[in-house]
Design a protein around this ligand. Structure first.
Ligand code: ASP
Length: 322
């Protein structure tokens, strides 16, 4: 079995500097060599390093394209892929790869670390070893391997900023891949999507600005999909409607998701054409909206956002309950 490891950066390969942890060359390469020799294996490793290695805080959809490009280029010659990534936006990238790689028929495993390999007690070596094992045994799709858990790529979230067990994922009805006869990479375009959170009495002119300027908006509503009915949000939604840009509602609650129409107080959102993001995570909703905005030609973007492409809406119970 041939595994391609794609190293993008992140804490795992960082060293301590006066300004804080920063990417450094060589650490991950040395660890992979060590693991390659140590692990019981019948696999051959090759390494692609994205230069420069970055803190994933600086990742953009163009970096999602760079990772997907590596996978596509090596798809015929490799059986599985491990993507080493910073944890801050790892869940965004996992979702993004799920949507972009239609017809993915091989495992893609994302992993990283909370403590650099260069520091005592690092979780990097264990996560890397687990990811290499997962690459050999997992079903096709995009998975997150972290702290001993294999998580659905379109449902994963970073839920802790310092614990080793930093990721979780809700239920999913289907594996993290979009079935198709052959691999087709949908490249991300440079869409400007913003994520806005409603809060009691919060400044609302920001809605008007974003919905008047961005290509799409993710609206983090309360609970089942309510939001404060304010002139600012109404003006924003009117601008979005007039410009024909999608606004997708997701829930600020960790479980259950949005279910627009549950409460009369949320009806103005439905009337304004806000799309129900159901149980999608904000990461999945952001990647999905960026994906559909990047598709060329006559596409029903609303219908594509509303349909479950790769398990991002969660379990069947959650989908039916919407
Ligand atoms: N800031 C780092 C990154 O996302 C955090 C990490 O990797 O854990 O690249």
């Amino acid at each position: 079995m041939k595994i391609l490891v794609i190293y993008t950066g992140g804490t795992i390969g960082m060293v301590r500097t006066a300004a804080g942890f920063a990417p450094s060359a060589g650490l991950v390469e040395a660890e992979l060599q060590k693991l390659g020799a140590e692990l019981e294996h019948g696999f051959a490793l090759s390494l692609a390093t994205l230069v420069p290695a970055i803190d994933s805080a600086n990742a953009s959809p163009l970096d999602w394209n760079r990772i997907a490009d590596e996978i596509v280029a090596a798809y015929q010659t490799h059986d599985a892929f491990v993507v080493i990534h910073g944890t801050d936006t790892l869940a965004f990238t996992a979702s993004a790869l799920c949507f972009a790689l239609e017809g993915l028929g091989k495992p893609v495993i994302l992993t990283g670390a909370m403590v650099p390999l260069s520091e005592p007690g690092s979780d990097g070596s264990a996560n890397l070893a687990d990811a290499l094992r997962a690459a050999q045994s997992s079903a096709p799709g995009v998975w997150v391997q972290f702290a001993g858990k294999l998580l659905h790529g379109a449902r994963a979230r970073k839920v802790h900023s310092s614990a080793f067990d930093a990721f979780t994922a809700g239920d999913a009805a289907v594996p993290p891949c979009r079935p198709a006869g052959r691999l087709q990479f949908h490249r991300y375009a440079d869409a400007s999507v913003s994520v806005l959170t409603v809060a009691p009495g919060g400044c609302t002119s920001v809605f008007e600005y974003a919905m008047g300027h961005c290509d799409g908006v993710i609206l983090r509503c309360y609970g089942a999909g309510t939001a404060p009915d304010t002139p600012g949000l109404r003006a924003g939604l009117a601008a979005a409607k007039q410009r024909g840009i999608p606004v997708v509602a997701v829930s600020q609650s960790d479980g259950g998701g949005a279910a627009m129409g549950t409460y009369a107080s949320g009806s103005f959102l439905v009337e304004a054409g806000v799309i129900d993001g159901g149980a999608m995570t904000v990461e999945a909703a952001y990647a999905k909206l960026t994906h559909v905005l990047g598709l060329a030609g006559p596409v029903d973007r609303r219908a594509l956002v509303e349909v479950d492409l790769c398990g991002e809406f969660g379990s069947p119970r959650q989908v039916q309950g919407r």
